[in-house]
Write a protein that binds this ligand. Structure first.
Ligand code: NDP
Length: 450
């Protein structure tokens, strides 16, 4: 693997492996960025002499803490909390919190690392960070979730702040959890510091469109990719993995733009609804009841299949949006998609496509967008929420959605331009990684060795 990197970066990558043993996801994320830096190897001597790459790969701060909490039966549980404050060259650390049993330091670091470049691509002044816990919210009562969030914030509050570090949601952390987290922050600090968290509810400082932003933004980006190639979403069959926040609003926007989503998934399997997903039913099950996709199949009767073996990527489609989790689209999934004539894959999740799968897609001429670019609408709208909080303002849905769409169009344009400029037209991975990296690196050079 290391031989694929330009010789100028091989030693740097070896150092990352040695300094972060066993952190497989983090290695994968760093490797992908380093691979995209090939066109600037040997240029920009200031980046080399200021050790920019080495510093970018080392988080500015990593916080790991104990989160004790009591369940409804009076049993004490101990979870682990994380916040990795990765890079603040262009603004306060910004990135979500994930509550999922798989969370560990490697996952938080890969997410934080990706976040640096994604946030830079938005053109807004936000640095990169990420956090979370190995707490599993599934099956927990509201009161248990509240007690966990309060305990988590009782440590986290000392590390965050509107000018320091601004968390948001991610897997397992939605409006309910952010409410409990914000409430505890407000109580401990005795400050109504709205911009300390984003993804808040509308009555207490949230922004219109934040809930929809990542899913909508991914589809706006996909639409731009199709348009740039003389095509459109109209009439396209789409498959969207996951059925959480990102997936649901990706489905909504595809339907609004004339496409038809026929399949989605959760960790228990996937459903195929050839008539097009019934979004109201999906929202009722996932957002209100917090239920499973089996309930969707039951409600739609024999018209819908719930499948527990095989893969959602076996479902023939022209547009595929992986919107669940990392490494969920492996080589076999890419082969199935290509064999069935997929035209476009745009990532709503973070790093959902394995490197081998991504390579296959690109070789087969499939339009392929990395999450750093295509799912940046969520964090961009978080930055718009911070803007509204800072100016004690709140914008209409239409104004905020127009800003989101414009930001996604700009990111698309910038990725294309960077890929063109550095000799690989149409390579969105290179365009996103290199474009984001150059912005951060220039700011780091300007600020000296800190
Ligand atoms: P949610 O918790 O709302 O939904 C996650 C969905 O993915 C659920 O349907 C879940 O199923 C499924 N899922 C999670 N883990 C697995 C797994 N190991 N195997 C199969 N399915 C799984 O999270 P979000 O929608 O917010 O996030 C989804 C992805 O998008 C993540 O990669 C996240 O980092 C990324 N993202 C999110 C942003 C946001 O604004 N929310 C912003 C940018 C990126 P189940 O319920 O069964 O676990």
């Amino acid at each position: 693997m290391i031989e694929e990197l330009h010789p100028a970066f091989q030693t740097e990558f070896e150092q990352v492996l040695a300094r972060n043993p066993g952190e497989r996801e983090f290695h994968q994320a760093v490797f992908e960025v380093m691979l995209s830096l090939t066109p600037i190897a040997g240029t920009h001597p200031e980046y080399a002499s200021w050790s920019i790459l080495q510093r970018v790969c080392e988080p500015e701060r990593q916080i790991i803490f104990r989160v004790p909490w009591v369940d409804d039966q009076g049993t004490v549980h101990i979870n682990r909390g994380f916040r990795v404050e990765f890079n603040s060259a262009i603004g306060p650390y910004k990135g979500g919190l994930r509550f999922h049993p798989s969370v560990n330091l490697s996952i938080v670091k890969f997410l934080g690392f990706e976040q640096i470049f994604k946030n830079a691509l938005t053109g807004l002044p936000i640095g990169g960070g990420k956090g979370g816990s190995d707490f599993d919210p599934k099956g927990r009562s509201d009161l248990e979730i509240m007690r966990f969030c309060q305990s988590f914030m009782t440590e986290l509050y000392r590390h965050i702040g509107e000018y320091t570090d601004v968390p948001a949601g991610d897997i397992g952390v939605g409006g309910r959890e952010l409410g409990y987290l914000f409430g505890q922050y407000k109580r401990i600090t005795n400050r109504y510091e709205s911009a300390v968290l984003t993804g808040k509810g509308l009555p207490w400082g949230g922004s219109q469109v934040r809930t929809e932003a990542t899913g909508y933004g991914t589809v706006f980006f996909a639409d731009e990719m199709l348009k740039a190639n003389g095509r459109s979403l109209e009439g396209k069959r789409a498959v969207v993995s996951g059925s959480g926040n990102v997936a649901i609003y990706a489905v909504e926007k595809i339907h609004q733009l004339g496409g038809k989503v026929i399949a989605c998934s959760d960790s228990g399997g996937y459903i195929v609804d050839e008539a097009g997903l019934d979004l109201d039913l999906l929202k009722e099950i996932k957002e209100v009841r917090r239920g499973r996709l089996t309930e969707y199949a039951e409600a739609r009767g024999g018209a819908v299949r719930h499948i527990t073996d095989g893969s959602i990527w076996d479902v023939p489609c022209e547009v595929a949006l992986p919107c669940a989790t990392q490494n969920e689209l492996p080589e076999a999934g890419a082969k199935a998609l290509i064999a069935n004539g997929v035209e476009l894959v745009a990532e709503g999740a973070n790093m959902p496509t394995t490197p081998d799968a991504a390579k296959l897609l690109v070789q087969a001429g499939v339009l392929y967008a990395p999450g750093k670019a295509s799912n940046a609408g969520g964090v961009a709208t978080s930055a718009l929420e911070m803007q509204q909080n800072a100016s004690r303002d709140s914008w209409s849905f239409e104004k905020t959605e127009a800003r989101l769409q414009h930001i996604m169009e700009t990111i698309h344009h910038d990725c294309m331009e960077t890929a063109d400029k550095y000799g690989d037209p149409g390579n969105y991975v290179m365009g996103a990684n290199l474009g984001g990296y150059l912005r951060v690196a220039d700011a780091m050079v300007a600020m000296g060795v800190i």
